[in-house]
Design a protein. Structure first.
Length: 201
C-alpha cells in the first residue's frame, strides 16, 4: 500500500489563479498564471518587500476572490482514483496553523468525501507559527512514500529527505535543482495518469 500526500494550494486548489485575479483588480497589475515566474517567493514577481506580500495575502483572504479558490477540474477525480487503487491519501499543506480553522472549513467543503480531517497536516515554515513542523519532517514522521507538490523549495527539501516527489510543472518551479527523487509531471492541467504511472514503491 502506498501512502501519498498531496499539497493543497496549487496542487488540489487554484490559489495562484485567484490571487492573481485579486491582485490585478486591487493593484492594477496584469499578471497571468502562465507567466507567474519566481525562484524564491511572490515578492520577486510582485516586485515588493516580502512583508508586503504577507499584507497582500491578508487582504486577499478577506476579498471575494478568496472565496472563489476551489479544486481544479482534475482534483476530486484524482483523489477518487488514488483511493480506488487502494492508496492512502493525505494532504500536507504549507499553510501555518493560524489558518487551521479556515483550512478545515475549506477541506471539509471540497474534499470531505476523499480525505478525512485527521489526514490533513500543516507543514509550515512561517516564522509566526508557534509550533512549526516542516513538510519534509511530516513526510518522514507520517511515512509518506510520495508527495505531489508545486513548490520548488518544498520539493527539493522533501527529495533530500528521501521522499519521492511528483512535481507538477508550473512556471514558478522551472529552476528546481534536478534530483533523483524528483519527477516532473509535465501535464499539470490533467496530471492523473502521469501521477498514477509513477506510484510504485
Ligand atoms: Mg503549493
Amino acid at each position: 500500500m502506498i501512502k501519498i500526500a498531496l499539497d493543497l494550494d496549487d496542487v488540489l486548489v487554484d490559489f495562484v489563479g485567484r490571487f492573481i485575479d485579486f491582485h490585478n483588480e486591487e493593484f492594477g497589475t496584469s499578471f497571468e498564471v502562465d507567466k507567474f515566474v519566481y525562484d524564491d517567493g511572490y515578492y520577486q514577481v510582485l516586485n515588493v518587500e516580502p512583508t508586503e506580500v504577507g499584507q497582500r495575502f491578508k487582504t486577499f483572504r478577506k476579498s471575494p476572490h478568496f472565496k472563489k479558490v476551489g479544486p481544479f477540474p482534475y482534483s476530486i477525480p484524482l483523489l477518487e482514483e488514488l483511493k480506488s487503487l487502494g492508496h492512502t491519501v493525505h494532504i500536507v499543506t504549507g499553510r501555518d496553523t493560524g489558518r487551521l480553522n479556515e483550512t478545515k472549513e475549506f477541506v471539509e467543503k471540497f474534499f470531505a468525501e476523499q480525505v478525512s480531517w485527521e489526514r490533513v497536516h500543516f507543514g509550515s515554515d512561517f516564522h509566526e507559527d508557534k509550533n512549526p513542523q516542516l513538510k519534509h519532517e511530516i513526510c518522514i514522521s507520517e511515512g509518506f512514500n510520495f508527495l505531489v507538490e508545486d513548490s520548488a523549495k518544498h520539493a527539493f527539501e522533501c527529495a533530500e529527505a528521501g521522499i519521492k516527489v511528483l512535481l507538477l510543472d508550473k512556471p514558478w518551479n522551472q529552476k528546481v535543482n534536478s534530483h533523483k527523487n524528483i519527477v516532473r509531471i509535465k501535464n499539470s492541467k490533467n496530471p492523473t495518469s502521469e501521477i498514477i504511472s509513477h506510484l510504485k514503491t
